[in-house]
Design a binder for this molecule. Structure first.
Ligand code: ZN
Ligand code: MN
Length: 475
């Protein structure tokens, strides 16, 4: 059973909120360094500590990065207003978070997954990060802790929160969405997108509904899963929990839940606030943002090739579909693939080797050598096992495929030599040959095997089969 499978009659509904830390040098509203892993409370000032009388000054680079991400997600970049989101939490010293509410910087957009499925983006707004609490003693939760520590180095780090529409219905799509978003962040350079360092934090809104229904039932928000794999497990657990509740004439309550990786379950957090509870109002200490058409055009102009475009370009050049080349693009090997194609290699061979044999990188392999190797294999000068061996050598030490093949003793067998061997084998095995000519497929392996044995594996299986077929049709 695939993990995206729900019991018959139920459909999964997932929307994702991803907090992305922007790769700026300094924080969103002050000049403190935006740095992960420094000693606690060393990158702080009156502004990011929320001391009375301090005033925010907006970081232009952060706003630029936010707009770049918005455009990469096909969002409308629009005039926007910062807003105060009021709530109390020890790691948020002002007792409000500066965020955006009804006028986010980036409006409606969309993200296309490698298989062509399109996930709607509702908005991608700018906000400041909070500090980080560490609960000491007990099992790391606030309840049962002996005491708690707060590090404000993260307070005021610029974030963009990317909010998807709840239109993902399989765990595979939810995972592909996060993976695609990460690749877009890396391609545009707006974030280092390290989930393990918290620079990309995913909250998953999960609900279920009867198949065929379009209603949105009560959702639970699973917080802070720290890998794509954990997110998949958490969604799966949560969906089944909802179904069990409905099957027992009960229903889930709207709440945040925390993923417990060790026990493979979610546990309740706080009951989820609605927007009303936050008492949003426009931030009086900051001006609205109003990017000009020229600024937005310049962002579009400078936009690097995004994963989706790169998949399309490679798929077209290789004569394949985008999903086939997704892994190559994800590994940033599309440039090598395109160069090998341009040097005359066949698309299927190039992609096959990149996916199966070049996962750890191409090392000393040049596009020309790669193209030459694929062509040798396609012509039948090298068997696929030999090609793999030659490729490993080219990756390790460089060189030309023909030289490496010769050095390894992988000389292509002359077809006339092979013909003599095949004819001899036929003459020695008249009964088996009779069965072959009558179309017994099983006996084909016997002939190929004998030739391979006689040539110590140097014969090309494809050529042997062709020879056998031509002999059979003329006998
Ligand atoms: Zn500061
Ligand atoms: Mn947020």
């Amino acid at each position: 059973m695939s993990e995206s499978d729900l019991p018959e009659g139920w459909e999964l509904v997932v929307g994702l909120e991803v907090h992305v830390e922007l790769a700026t040098n300094t924080k969103l509203f002050c000049s403190c360094p935006n740095m992960f892993g420094d000693e606690a409370n060393t990158n702080v000032c009156p502004t990011c500590l929320g001391l009375p009388g301090s005033l925010p000054v907006v970081n232009e680079q952060a706003v630029h990065f936010a707009m770049v991400l918005g455009r990469a997600l096909g969002c409308t970049v629009q005039p926007s207003v910062f807003a105060r989101k009021n709530y109390f939490y020890p790691d948020m010293p002002k007792d409000y978070q500066v965020s955006q509410y009804d006028l986010p910087t980036n409006g409606e957009g969309a993200l296309e997954l490698p298989d062509g499925y399109v996930v709607g983006i509702e908005r991608a707004h700018i906000e400041e990060d909070t500090g980080k609490s560490t609960h000491v003693g007990g099992d790391g939760r606030i309840s049962g802790a002996d005491y708690s520590l707060v590090d404000y180095n993260r307070a005021g780090v610029p974030l963009v929160e990317v909010v998807s529409r709840p239109n993902m219905h399989t765990i595979e799509h939810a995972k592909a969405y996060v993976s695609e978003l990460r690749d877009i962040l890396l391609a545009t350079g707006v974030s280092d997108a390290k989930m393990e360092e918290g620079s990309m934090r995913v909250d998953a809104n999960v609900s279920v509904r009867p198949t065929g229904s379009t209603e949105l039932r009560t959702r639970c928000e699973i917080k802070n899963v720290n890998s794509i794999r954990s997110m998949g497990r958490a969604i799966d657990y949560e969906a089944h929990r909802h179904i069990d509740l409905y099957n027992n004439n009960d229903a889930p309550r709207q709440e945040t839940r925390h993923w417990d990786e060790a026990n493979g379950r979610t546990r309740p957090g706080r009951s989820k606030e609605d927007a009303d509870d936050y008492r949003y109002f426009a931030e009086p200490d900051l001006l609205p943002l109003d990017p000009t058409a020229a600024e937005i055009a310049a962002i579009d102009e400078a936009m690097p090739a995004l994963p989706q475009q790169r998949r399309r370009a490679l798929a077209e050049a290789a004569g394949l579909v985008p999903a086939d080349v997704a892994l190559v693009v994800e590994r940033n090997q599309d440039e090598l693939a395109l160069a090998a194609l341009a040097a005359g290699a066949g698309g299927a061979g190039v992609v096959k080797h990149l996916i199966n044999n070049l996962a750890d990188g191409a090392g000393q392999l040049t596009p020309e050598a790669f193209a030459g190797l694929v062509s040798m294999e396609t012509r039948g000068d090298l068997s696929s096992t030999q090609a793999k061996t030659v490729l490993a050598e080219l990756v390790a030490n460089g060189g030309q495929p023909a030289d490496v093949a010769a050095g390894l003793g992988f000389e292509a067998m002359d077809t006339s030599e092979l013909e003599i061997l095949v004819d001899g084998l036929i003459a020695d095995n008249p009964d088996e040959w009779g069965r072959f000519c009558e179309g017994d497929k099983k006996i084909q392996g016997f002939f190929v095997g004998q030739i391979m044995k006689a040539t110590k594996g140097q014969a090309d299986g494809k050529v042997v089969n062709q020879l056998l077929a031509s002999r059979a049709s003329s006998s």
